[in-house]
Design a protein around this ligand. Structure first.
Ligand code: ATP
Ligand code: MG
Length: 569
């Protein structure tokens, strides 16, 4: 492709709305343009990259024995109503009605539709195991669309679904996808970690996420360098930490603590460390209100609470009016003593002695409270969020935490969807059994953003060869020079004949402009044809390396073919 003909409106200015490198660079390198919050158009360099990622994903899915099909994005409501997700998705789902007032949604994920397809089209259990996939556009009305295509409201997902008769068969299907995902992310040049993930809300038995460690990631992962344990924050097992508590046992005592609503204010007022307090927070989960207790220096993990309660609904902090009604006090004075709602205590609470808790009375706290003596929790569980330095549940060494971008997710679903939608097969005794399912997703656009986060410098993107929109860029220094143009044209034609995606900056622009653009759009190899064209010499440069090498144009071509060949294997 000739740059003179290419729709490549690169931007010199850093777009104000873009907070992170990948978003800035995708805009500046003329890959995407914003249409609305979380909705983007792809320009030529963007769509070529997207298609290259899809190609890698498709090849590895096919290799793993998955079969590609394509479902509509416009989906009738019925199946989602049967599984309950019509309600569960809430405002996250784009809904619409047709002219006959029939309900539809724009598919946020396709478990229901694949389950129904298999129910309708697979007539013998001998056709199982079966793994189906699609690469298709998803719609989610995200609460906070941001960071460009990293979290958008329309995005392309590769979603796969496996159908098996036994749990052992599901293990095999799951492992095949696990392997395929590793192959995909390796080929995409991503540095990633595989972490244990929460599977509660979706009703499954096991799940792992593929995470790219990055400051801008919205997930938090805990990992252990000593043994390799890695888990999403929602899944990370927290081991109670020992702390020093007073040895004498005083009776509970009410204390006036005016204007102390927060742990910080209380700490100051009473002059003791935050870990001596127990926070009691009122959560709303569905229609139910519950209290959750964690040590004063800890945070509640709402997903752990949701899983403990086995709820499909997310746990949210209760509104102030509800807190007032439940505790008979202003927000900040809740405590477990005499509370009417169920009290769920984090494990560490039970190891505390002589703690301070809210008195359920504005302006008062109880001192010297003992769990078991002064209150009895409804249940005790791991309800807190993991922190740096927590003890690894596998080997006992300290854990670290880091932000991560979730690029893929594999999930043992079990029978949730097959039961709800009546997808069964006859077992040996002729009894109908639900099919056992798995689901596997990769965010195609998010992968591109993650790749850019990991591969950029102050000048622009540095594409890995596998997904670069073009593999080689030929830059002619002076487009008015006959010898330069002739040699550049020759190289351009030659790469074209070899089937290499080649870009030719033939514009009549200052060389500086062309080099700036070349660095910005990040084509892995650059061959510059300048003054020495008359001697058949060119400059060969790899985007990821500093400096260039002067060589004959034939050598440059060979070198390019060697690098491309090697990296595309
Ligand atoms: P997240 O927690 O980031 O919202 P999710 O758990 O909702 O992701 P899944 O439903 O498992 O994601 O979707 C599979 C994959 O699709 C994710 O691993 C991610 O790569 C991608 N994905 C999900 N939501 C978005 C989005 N809003 N924009 C871009 N990609 C997304
Ligand atoms: Mg999501």
């Amino acid at each position: 492709m000739r740059v003179s003909k290419l729709l490549m409106p690169t931007l010199r200015e850093v777009p104000a709305e873009a907070e992170i490198a990948s978003h800035r660079l995708m805009l500046r390198a003329a890959m995407i343009r914003k249409l609305a919050a979380g909705v983007y158009s792809y320009l030529p360099l963007g769509i070529r990259t997207l298609q290259n990622v899809e190609k890698v994903v498709r090849e590895e899915m096919d290799k793993a024995g998955a079969q590609e099909l394509l479902m509509s994005a416009l989906l009738p409501a019925e199946a989602y109503m049967k599984t309950g997700r019509w309600d569960i998705f809430g405002p996250g789902m784009f809904r619409l009605q047709d002219r006959n007032e029939r309900d539809f949604c724009l598919g946020p994920t396709h478990e229901e539709i694949f389950t129904e397809t298999v129910k309708n089209e697979v007539h013998s259990y001998k056709q199982l195991p079966l793994t189906l996939y699609q690469i298709q556009t998803k719609y989610r009305d995200e609460r906070r669309p941001r960071f460009g295509v990293m979290r958008s409201r329309e995005f392309v997902m590769k979603d796969a679904y496996s159908f098996d008769r036994t749990a052992e068969d599901l293990d095999k299907s799951y492992q095949a996808m696990y392997k395929a995902y590793c192959a995909i992310f390796d080929r995409l040049g991503l540095d990633y970690s595989i972490v244990d993930a929460d599977s509660g809300a979706m009703g499954g038995s096991g799940s792992q996420e593929f995470m790219v460690k990055s400051e801008v990631g919205e997930d938090v992962i805990a990992f252990c360098d000593a043994c390799g344990y890695a888990a999403n924050e929602e899944k990370a097992v927290c081991i109670p930490q020992k702390k020093a508590f007073p040895s004498e046992t005083k009776p509970m005592e009410k204390m006036e603590t005016p204007d102390a609503h927060t742990i910080e204010q209380l700490t100051e007022f009473l002059g003791v460390e935050p870990y001596r307090f127990a926070k009691t927070l009122i959560y709303k989960i569905g229609e139910q209100y519950v209290a959750v207790m964690v040590r004063g220096d800890r945070e509640v993990n709402p997903i752990k609470l949701q899983n403990l309660l086995g709820s499909a609904e997310e746990a949210e902090l209760a509104e102030p009016f509800a807190v007032r009604e439940i505790t008979h006090a202003e927000v900040g004075f809740a405590g477990p003593v005499g509370l009417s709602v169920p009290v769920y205590a984090d494990q560490e609470i039970m190891e505390m002695k002589q703690m301070v808790v809210g008195a359920n009375e504005t302006g008062y706290h109880f001192m010297y409270v003992e769990p078991g003596r002064d209150f009895q929790p409804t249940a005790v569980a791991d309800l807190r969020t993991v922190v740096d330095g927590d003890i690894c549940p596998k080997c006992g060494m300290p854990l670290k935490t880091a932000h991560g971008i979730e690029i893929g997710h594999i999930f043992k679903l079990g029978t949730k969807y097959s039961k709800a939608l009546d997808l069964t097969f006859p077992d040996d005794a002729g009894e109908e059994q639900p099919v056992i399912m798995g689901c596997y997703g990769i965010g195609i656009n998010r992968c591109i953003a993650a790749i850019i986060e990991q591969n950029n410098d102050e000048n622009g993107i540095i594409w890995p060869m596998s997904i670069a929109p073009y593999k080689v860029e030929i830059v002619v220094v002076n487009a008015g020079d006959a010898e330069q143009i002739q040699l550049a044209e020759k190289l351009y034609a030659s790469f074209g004949e070899k089937g290499i995606a080649v870009l030719f900056d033939d514009r009549d622009e200052r060389p500086g402009v062309k080099f700036k653009d070349a660095d910005l759009i990040g084509i892995p190899l650059r061959i510059t044809v300048g003054k020495k064209a008359k001697d058949g010499l060119v400059e060969f440069k790899e985007r990821k390396k500093d400096g260039f090498t002067e060589m004959s144009y034939t050598e440059a071509e060979e070198e390019a073919m060697r690098i491309i060949g090697g990296s595309l294997k």
